[in-house]
Design a protein. Structure first.
Length: 81
């Protein structure tokens, strides 16, 4: 969760139990939101890599074509980098 708080509310960070807390004045800090989302994405990617490293992946040796989407679904990971 990303929590955005308008500075006009006169709140402090100690009033919130949020890991991703952003204060803003007039404009929402889009670049900071993107940085947080990228960290989420990197964490998910690292978790998937660790998961894949711990399992033996097998393919149907008789198949002419292997669907990456089907293999990813079978092992519970995405095909995205």
């Amino acid at each position: 969760m990303i929590l955005l708080v308008n500075r006009n509310l006169a709140c402090t960070s100690s009033e919130f139990q949020a890991e991703n807390l952003l204060f803003y004045d007039k404009k929402i800090p889009h670049l900071e939101i993107i940085k947080i989302l990228r960290r989420y994405e990197e964490k998910q990617h690292a978790e998937e890599v660790m998961k894949l490293n711990s399992i033996d992946i097998s393919f149907d040796s008789d198949a002419d074509v292997i669907s990456l989407d089907e293999v990813a679904k079978r092992y519970g990971v995405s095909t995205e980098l």
